[in-house]
Ligand binder design. Structure first.
Ligand SMILES: C[S@@+](CC[C@H](N)C(=O)[O-])C[C@H]1O[C@@H](n2cnc3c(N)ncnc32)[C@H](O)[C@@H]1O
Length: 219
């Protein structure tokens, strides 16, 4: 099925999303630097961009930068004066991301905070709430990231959690995989929190079978 999923993804992207030399170059830079190809797909990047546009986000938090591919998709949608804070533990990933963000012309609106995300989140202090939060780092920490996301959110904030289906393993209650355990707890916490209205969507495509959660902080 993977071949078919990829072919459909490629067809849809070709029809719907204009070719973008900068984003293509960002992926090439990541590959040259030896970064793993675990960025969002082009279709998912455009979806993130549309979410930013739909909620008119001025302040975005991203947990998990890699080379900044998803960061560029979202940062481009920010209005003048908007800001995106992205958290990355790996110094090489952070360095490549900074280069890519400069190259893409969005560096003035983006801060790459290097270090373990939990540490950065603990030290953010008093700051205006984020309008959109994209959780896409180490999955065992997803429950912790959700707690922090709620801390830095406001009514109307959109919280997106990536890679929550994991080829269907999410349904396995006896899994020993810490990432699956993390996303299961994250989903259960999301569903049990009366402050959130949430759903999740399974996806197939060039990145295989996975999915994302979408949670709205209620008024
Ligand atoms: C799936 S990748 C992010 C992909 C990126 N959002 C994109 O679509 O282009 C996950 C990233 O999270 C980073 N990461 C893993 N554990 C982390 C932690 N504890 N704190 C911050 N970043 C972490 C990894 O180094 C990796 O770069």
């Amino acid at each position: 099925m993977q071949q078919k999923w990829s072919a459909v993804d490629e067809y849809l992207v070709k029809q719907l999303i204009p070719e973008d030399e900068i984003l293509t170059q960002v992926l090439a830079n990541n590959q040259r630097a030896g970064l793993p190809a675990i960025d969002v797909s082009p279709a998912q990047g455009q979806l993130l961009a549309l979410f930013v546009r739909m909620v008119r986000a001025k302040r975005i938090l991203e947990i998990g930068t890699l080379g900044g591919y998803s960061t560029v998709w979202m940062a481009r949608e920010l209005p003048t004066g908007g800001e995106l804070l992205t958290l990355e533990a790996d110094p090489l990933h952070a360095a490549i991301a900074r280069e890519n963000l400069q190259f893409a012309g969005v560096a003035h609106q983006v801060t790459v905070a290097e270090g373990p995300a939990l540490q950065t989140l603990e030290n953010l202090g008093d700051r205006p709430p984020f309008d959109l939060i994209f959780i896409d780092a180490d999955k065992p920490n997803n429950p912790n990231y959700l707690k922090w996301a709620m801390h830095y959110a406001r009514p109307g904030t959109l919280i997106i959690g990536d890679n929550v289906v994991r080829e269907g393993e999410v349904t396995n209650p006896t899994t020993t995989d810490a990432s699956v355990q993390g996303v299961r707890k994250f989903i259960e916490m999301t569903g049990a929190d009366p402050r959130l209205t949430a759903t999740a969507v399974q996806t197939v495509g060039v990145k295989g079978w996975d999915g994302f959660t979408l949670a709205w902080v209620n008024a």
